[in-house]
Design a protein around this ligand. Structure first.
Ligand SMILES: [Zn+2]
Length: 775
């Protein structure tokens, strides 16, 4: 074992400059300034709590230093070459060969360049805890001998003008886990070591998790520091924060001591989401996650402000606040095909919501590996087809991001030739269309509120309902080819609607007060609101209220829940919201409850709740009509409001019937008070994104055909072929129309029909990706 002892780490999680920023509160407790440990300045518990909960909502608080590299703003294509190689010296199984014998950085950089990549991301320190360079603080992979891969790759990339990035694994580290004091500890007092050790597997897979709040963090800082000081490269891609980030709580000694110091209390061992003590811990932990990530990124920037830094995983989990990604120069997230193409688009819109000021990166895998899902995580080796790769990359670029191709080095140190064969045509098509990517801003219309407060502070069932509700509303509108964005609570609270004319809250049970006030103003001034189920029934701390916080806006008072699953929405009145549905033919909401509400005067009920028949053993047919309204509409100020008693988006996401989709699309359009400014007549498997560059007075529309990949809501199958779609029509409002429509990159002029409303463009055949430029 060649690991050196790490430098002593601070006892608490808090280093960095104290207090003057929004991170205030807990960052004042203890810190390192100029490398010297400061004496802790204790703040009392009340100060800590008020600092933690009263954080202002500031979007994108990080200001990129002027010197920062801007390669990620230049439509890059990244190639991640993954090394996660055990060292045969002390980590291998008997009979394991020596690795990397054919490793040739010059050849690899040439291959990656020829495949069309503009950036190479290589491993500096992997999840086995092995380094691939001459390290003084870590363990260098012994099969490298005297070679230093960081130096070699950097030299080769510089020669060819390729951006060079280094991978460092943060929290899943087999070597660091050998130190008991670095291990993350679960509630049973056991180290967190996730294992797949089925005897049928060729080797046991271990995922040991170390705590970033303890001494392991100093080790990571030492790795980052020596890389910055000794190598010529462009940025870091930090992986695996969430391996520890989602260990909730971590009971290691460092965590227990810092929690006691910050709050005067022990880390709670009971339920988290339903108790005051639990919520206190969650708030603390959300701040801690932001602070630690920020500390690592600021360290890099302080040593070399030119380097970019991001981390995989962004802020999707409930254990992060909105500012979790503010220190990243851009946000990044991996994607796996079994998540489905609807969820790929949703992932893109969430990345946008986290950091609208910078392009985001999505990792597209070479392998047909699954992550989670109904068949669990899997590892494969085959290469996915160029069409599958292109379809996913097209979706990423159409949504304003850039692709990262994920490949693994062969154990002998070469790249798999078949992988390059599949990638090359996909990257070529991406490169050809990138000049029309992220042009201006997305054309606005509907925005769905993403409530991290609900994801973090509501009871578990409600968290899941909101997660699925956001996804279901998004899919319904995506499939209806209506412009739809995801909006963060902090943007909503600051009334940064970005031109949206209707906002959707699906089962957003916790609603912070500033969001509630902003929504009231939004509707008063003419915006539309679609709200469902228990939205706003809890405050921003997760406390249950007696009535909806938005009851005046919704025109309804909460009076309880239906008692059984399989109740019904019965549409009863002709109205644009019920158009296309059969009146008095009830719509089952399956295994969800509905809210029972009392409507205020002036609020119109379009339908009621029907209870299911008890005692029947093959289904639960509609039985008893209640007086409880299922659909309510009203005008408020200059705006329109719809309230739906069922969590419509979640019901659509889980059960997929098109009646729910129709209701979501109808409700959105009626509340908006106007039709979408751009939409398409196309199958629901075609994705449309629309962009407007007001300065250049041009509109760009991307159409991506995902028909070969199965339905987006279900867990998806592997895409096998391109299934062309014929005769698509795109409609464009007059304000976004121009004189000439061109298909890009060919520049071919397309015929368009004009009337007093706008422009109709016909696309005869769509294979994977069509770009329309209208100017
Ligand atoms: Zn810990």
């Amino acid at each position: 074992m060649l690991i050196l002892q790490p430098a002593p780490a601070p006892e608490c999680m808090l280093t960095g400059r104290p207090t003057r920023t929004l991170l205030g509160g807990i960052s004042a407790l203890v810190g390192i300034e100029g490398g010297t440990l400061r004496i802790p300045t204790m703040i009392n518990r009340r100060e800590f709590l008020s600092a933690a909960v009263a954080l202002p909502h500031i979007r994108d608080a990080s200001k990129p230093a002027e010197m920062r590299g801007d390669w990620f703003r230049k439509q890059p294509r990244v190639f991640l070459l993954d090394f996660q190689l055990p060292d045969p010296l002390d980590q291998g199984a008997p009979g394991m060969p020596h690795f990397l014998k054919n490793l040739d950085p010059e050849k690899i950089v040439g291959q990656v360049t020829s495949a069309g990549a503009s950036a190479l991301l290589v491993h500096a320190k992997c999840n086995q805890g092995n380094a691939y360079y001459n390290t003084k603080v870590g363990h260098k992979h012994s099969d490298l001998g005297d070679r230093d891969l960081m130096a070699e790759f950097s030299r080769q990339c510089r020669k060819r003008g390729l951006t060079i990035l280094y991978y460092v694994q943060l929290a899943r580290d087999r070597r660091s886990f050998d130190y008991p004091e670095r291990r993350a500890i679960n509630a049973s007092g056991q180290p967190v070591l996730l294992r797949r050790d089925n005897p049928l597997l060729a080797s046991r897979e271990e995922r040991p998790v170390v705590c970033l709040n303890g001494p392991h963090r100093q080790y990571i800082k030492d790795i980052l520091t020596e890389l910055v000081r000794n190598y010529d490269f462009d940025g870091f891609w930090l992986d695996g924060y969430n391996w520890w980030g989602r260990v909730i709580p971590c009971f290691c000694e460092a965590c227990r001591r810092s929690y006691k110091r910050d709050t005067g209390e022990e880390i709670p061992r009971g339920p988290l989401y339903t108790t005051e003590a639990g919520k206190r811990y969650l708030r603390w932990r959300r701040r801690l996650n932001t602070l630690i990530l920020r500390e690592l990124i600021e360290l890099v920037h302080s040593l070399n402000p030119r380097l970019t830094v991001t981390h995989n995983g962004s802020a999707l989990g409930p254990l992060s606040d909105w500012d979790f990604c503010d220190s990243d120069d851009y946000v990044s997230h991996e994607y796996h095909f079994n998540e489905g193409y609807g969820n790929l688009s949703l992932l893109c819109r969430k990345q946008w919501a986290l950091k609208p000021s910078a392009p985001f990166e999505i990792e597209i895998w070479r392998f047909a590996d699954r992550l989670g899902g109904t068949r669990a995580t899997s590892r494969s080796y085959q290469v996915r087809s160029a069409d599958a790769l292109l379809t996913e990359m097209a979706s990423v670029v159409a949504n304003g991001g850039f692709p990262q191709y994920y490949d693994q080095i062969k154990p002998d140190g070469a790249i798999e030739a078949k992988s390059l064969e599949a990638l090359t045509p996909a990257f070529r098509e991406v490169a050809a269309r990138q000049p029309w990517a992220r042009v201006g801003k997305p054309i606005p219309y509907a925005a769905i509120l993403w409530s991290k407060t609900t994801e973090g502070f509501a009871p578990a069932d409600s968290q899941a309902l909101h997660r699925d509700g956001l996804a279901g509303c998004f899919h319904a509108l995506l499939e209806s080819h209506v412009p739809v964005a995801v909006i963060s609570e902090r943007d909503a609270a600051a009334s940064r609607w970005d031109g949206a004319v209707v906002v959707i809250l699906d089962a957003a049970e916790c609603l912070p007060e500033d969001c509630a006030r902003a929504l009231e103003q939004f509707v008063k001034q003419g915006g539309g609101l679609v709200a469902t189920h228990r939205s706003s029934l809890r405050d921003g701390d997760g406390n249950l209220l007696n009535n909806f916080r938005l009851s005046e806006l919704l025109g309804a008072d909460f009076s309880g829940m239906t008692e059984k699953w399989y109740s019904y929405i019965n549409p009863e009145k002709h109205h644009p919201v019920t158009a296309g549905l059969t009146l008095d033919f009830p719509i089952c909401v399956e295994e969800t409850l509905q809210t029972r509400v009392r409507a205020h005067a002036g609020t119109q009920a379009l339908g009621t709740i029907i209870n299911p028949l008890p005692g029947f053993h093959m289904g639960y047919p509609p039985h008893e009509r209640t007086e409880a309204p299922a659909l309510l509409v009203r005008n408020h100020g200059k705006g329109r409001v719809i309230y739906v008693a069922a969590p419509l988006g979640a019901v659509y996401y889980r059960w997929n019937h098109f009646d729910y989709k129709r209701l979501i699309a109808n409700a959105t359009e009626w509340a908006a008070g106007c039709p979408p400014p751009v939409w398409a007549r196309a199958p629901h498997t075609v994705e449309m994104t629309a962009w407007r560059d007001e300065q250049a007075r041009r509109t760009v529309i991307h159409l991506v055909n995902r028909t070969g990949a199965g339905l987006p809501s279900a867990e998806a199958g592997l895409m096998h072929e391109v299934i062309p779609v014929w005769g698509i029509e795109v409609y464009l409002d007059a304000r976004y129309a121009g004189a000439v429509v061109k298909s890009q990159p060919s520049g071919r002029v397309l015929a368009a029909r004009r009337d007093n409303r706008g422009l109709t463009i016909r696309i005869e055949r769509l294979d994977v990706w069509e770009v329309l430029e209208i100017a």
